[in-house]
Design a protein around this ligand. Structure first.
Ligand SMILES: Cc1ncc(COP(=O)(O)O)c(C=O)c1O
Length: 217
């Protein structure tokens, strides 16, 4: 529905422009299209940077540009290492597979999150992970009590899937690109019942798949 509304808004903008009422005489009208991050296009500087980038074999760790990007991201996030992948769908899947190491392990996430709605159920298809969607609250958050209830239910149970990961989308695209409150992230971060894999200090998920340290943004 959001996409439909956005499309209508852009068409209306176009109509205003053709009627000449979008800007004053001689003043260029700049339309900023915020339907999705996917409609943005690289400008001249970005095109130039891509064309001139020093490249190499990334498989051998010999692509200086990829290495620089990974090192920069690691410093930014305060983690030892990061991995560059070319799409966010891949990043999300890789991140889930890093955290959910058993087939049938449970992933808690918002029922409107991109990972749940738009990614072909890849975590089930490829990783054998069992997603349990929870209602997204108006700010794109998930109910803390419900998260705790779900995590607790699986502990030591011979019947229930064991939760290994909570995924939060930040910013939350289906809630209009809202940023999750930092206090909320801190409350979810230290959920002590989840067992973090050895290479991650706590379960966490940056909007496009990068791991956080204890959700401390
Ligand atoms: C929150 C979120 N996750 C994942 C994706 C998927 O990104 P990609 O098209 O790079 O796979 C998008 C794309 O809009 C997104 O908004």
């Amino acid at each position: 529905m959001l996409r439909g509304l956005a499309r209508a808004a852009v068409q209306r903008q176009g109509a205003l422009r053709t009627r000449g009422s979008g800007g004053g005489a001689g003043v260029p009208v700049h339309v900023v299209d915020l339907r999705s991050d996917t409609v943005t296009k690289p400008g001249p500087a970005m095109r130039r940077a891509m064309a001139e980038a020093v490249v190499g074999d990334d498989d051998y760790g010999e692509d200086p540009t990829v290495r620089e990007l990974q090192e920069k991201a690691a410093t930014l996030l305060g983690v030892d290492r990061t991995l560059f992948v070319p799409t966010n769908t891949m990043a999300n899947l890789v991140s889930v597979m890093c955290h959910c190491q058993r087939r049938g392990s449970q992933l808690l996430l918002g029922q409107e999150s991109h990972l749940h709605v738009y990614e072909q159920g890849g975590v089930a298809q490829i990783a054998g992970v069992h997603s349990h969607p929870l209602p997204d609250l108006p700010h794109g958050t998930l109910d803390l009590a419900e998260l705790e209830r779900m995590v607790t239910r699986g502990l030591g149970s011979p019947y229930h899937p064991v939760c290994e990961l909570i995924c939060l989308e930040n910013t939350h695209s289906s809630s209009g690109g809202r940023v999750l409150p930092i206090d909320y992230l801190r409350q979810v971060g230290p959920t002590p019942l989840l067992c973090p894999p050895p290479h991650q200090p706590a379960p966490g998920f940056l909007s496009h798949g990068a791991p956080l340290r204890g959700l401390g943004l």
